[in-house]
Design a protein around this ligand. Structure first.
Ligand code: DC
Length: 235
């Protein structure tokens, strides 16, 4: 099968990263979680006491050249680094989660992250998940999936995920947070969350993880063939 770029976009907690990880493993592709990159920048801002509302483009450039964000595969799993420090765990904290949408809305932050992401796509054979992969980062990606799920299903999944890590969380609080992040991510000026015209929709509200993965793998075969009537074929 020819190697392609699979762009996987969608709102928070729609199941993108788990699905993307499994798809990439089955296809022998590299998986890139771009949300993790924005989370790492958010952690950096917090540690350096940088206020997102006041930061200038020069400060962003300087901060990220002193402490670059990078991704490395450790034991087949993507890890995120700030400089030489592995921050993969820290970026999942509630305080980073609460602040990340504001940081991800800063144009100079996006410019730096998009540049890194595009460099990773030079070699095809990549599954990248985020909010703007099919619209901005790889507008020419061979396959674009827009993954959605109703907010209640997403809050329920996030609750189970956090409980599995031993954290107790209130469902209504999670639901409120998810809706708030959806709002911020889809109404920002720079690269808002939106479905690319040529993306296919995958509603995961009532699908199991295995079904989601199989759905994507199955369709990836058509996209890799590069058939001109690909959309008709798969719908
Ligand atoms: O997927 P996630 O929840 O880890 O993403 C964290 C935040 O980063 C999310 O609020 C939106 C933002 N993000 C973005 O703006 N663009 C991307 N390509 C990926 C994430």
């Amino acid at each position: 099968m020819k190697k392609i770029i699979i762009a996987l976009d969608g709102p928070a907690a729609s199941g993108k990263s788990t699905t993307a990880r499994l798809v990439s493993r089955q296809l022998g592709y590299i998986y890139v979680d771009t949300g993790a990159m924005y989370r790492a920048v958010t952690l950096l801002f917090q540690e350096k006491a940088v206020r997102p509302a006041d930061v200038t483009e020069n400060q962003v450039r300087l901060l990220l050249s002193e402490t670059p964000v990078s991704l490395k595969i450790v034991d087949s799993v993507q890890h995120v680094f700030l400089g030489s420090r592995d921050v993969s765990e820290e970026i999942r904290s509630a305080s980073v989660t609460a602040a990340v949408s504001e940081v991800a809305a800063i144009p100079s932050v996006r410019k730096e992250m998009v540049r890194l992401q595009q460099a990773m796509g030079k070699e095809k054979g990549l599954v990248m998940d985020g909010r703007d992969i099919g619209t901005v980062v790889f507008p020419d990606a061979e396959m674009k999936v827009f993954m959605i799920a109703d907010p209640e299903a997403r809050a329920h999944r996030r609750k189970l995920e956090l409980e599995a890590k031993g954290q107790t969380v209130d469902f209504d609080t999670l639901l409120k947070e998810i809706k708030h992040r959806d709002h911020l991510d889809s109404t920002r000026d720079d690269s808002p969350l939106r479905q690319a015209e040529d993306a296919i929709t995958l509603d995961t509200s009532h699908l199991t993880l295995d079904q989601q993965v199989a759905w994507i793998i199955n369709k990836a075969k058509f996209f890799a063939e590069g058939s001109p009537d690909r959309l008709q074929k798969i719908n």
